[in-house]
Ligand binder design. Structure first.
Ligand code: PPE
Length: 303
């Protein structure tokens, strides 16, 4: 990983190399952490963070679900994020705030451990490569079931959820695919290891209902853009057969942005190339993120 200059820890910007925690940090042992992934894009009027307020809202929602009180106000974290981007002199970056149970007593009960807060930023290009964004990627239905609402919390962005994601991702890559698609406990499509999923059939856009997924901010962005373009979007139950027979499919995520899916389990999706609706959504999405769509200006927090 390319080292930059500073990382924000509990209110202070410390040198990158010194941004460390104790090996008995509770979160390291028990996964008691929540985090966010946010992007800052270069615009004509300088760097701008995309949907910052929505990401902060989700961080506090995650904290509420896992009963971890964040020791900073949203305004303090917003300032911390902006200060961290500036301290690293970046025009475009990925932003990772993480809130976690720190060093205190060992044992599953986290209540005697304090809550620490870190904000790191780094350069992150296309998540599944530039080729992936333009030409699409190949995905595999995972043998792992998505963490469901009574075994974890798909709605909270917890570190613990990412063991499930990591197992699925490694399996998919071992089998020669780029990404995994996880089914929920009832066998319906939920999401990718780090993305939400959409498909297009006969001009209508479908995406899994909100119950077994992380409620992605890019998912919401795509739904809003598509509806504004006059397209129909349905949040519903989706099966693997729906994906196999789709005209187009794509992943959405802060890291993945909008990544076309051209194959699922050896079945070609549509023409096997990025679909037209996917391409149009990508175009408007990137224009909005880069400040070129006046209708979506309110999504940008300029530095
Ligand atoms: N589902 C999962 C499981 C997920 O991890 C993400 C984001 C999404 C959906 C999309 O959410 P949103 O970013 O709000 O549109 N995954 C983050 C982590 C990626 C990583 O490798 O780390 C991300 O994209 O930032």
């Amino acid at each position: 990983m390319q080292e930059l200059e500073k990382i924000w820890i509990n209110g202070d910007l410390v040198p990158w190399k010194e941004a460390k925690v104790h090996v008995l940090t509770h979160a390291l042992h028990y996964g008691t952490a929540i985090f966010e992934g946010i992007r800052c894009y270069k615009t004509n009027s300088g760097p701008a963070v995309f949907r910052l307020q929505d990401h902060l809202k989700r961080l506090y929602d995650s904290a509420h679900i896992v009963r971890m009180a964040i020791p900073y106000s949203p305004e303090e974290l917003e300032k911390g994020i902006i200060d961290t981007i500036k301290a690293n002199k970046l025009e475009e970056c990925y932003i990772r705030p993480i809130v976690f149970r720190g060093y205190g007593e060992m044992g599953i009960d986290p209540s005697s451990c304090g809550v620490d807060c870190v904000i790191a930023v780094w350069r992150w290009g296309a998540y599944m490569g530039e080729k992936g964004i333009k030409e699409g990627i190949r995905a595999k239905i995972s043998s792992y079931t998505r963490t469901y609402v009574n075994s974890g919390s798909p709605r909270a962005k917890t570190s613990a959820n990412y063991l499930n994601s990591s197992l699925a991702k490694v399996e998919a890559k071992d089998l020669g695919y780029d990404e995994a698609i996880l089914l929920d406990i009832n066998g319906f499509v939920s999401e990718g290891s780090g993305e939400n999923i959409f498909y297009v059939k006969d001009g209508v856009i479908f995406t899994p209902h909100p119950y077994s997924i992380l409620l992605g901010i890019t998912r919401d962005t795509v739904i809003k853009i598509a509806r504004k373009l006059g397209m129909e979007v349905k949040e519903t139950l989706c099966t693997r057969d729906d994906l196999y027979l789709a005209d187009e499919a794509f992943f959405t995520g802060t890291a993945a942005e909008i990544t076309p899916i051209i194959e699922v389990d050896g079945r070609t999706i549509g023409t096997g190339k990025r679909g037209e609706i996917t391409r149009l959504l990508q175009e408007v999405f990137f224009r909005a993120a880069k400040g070129e769509e006046p209708d979506y200006e309110s999504w940008l927090t300029k530095l």
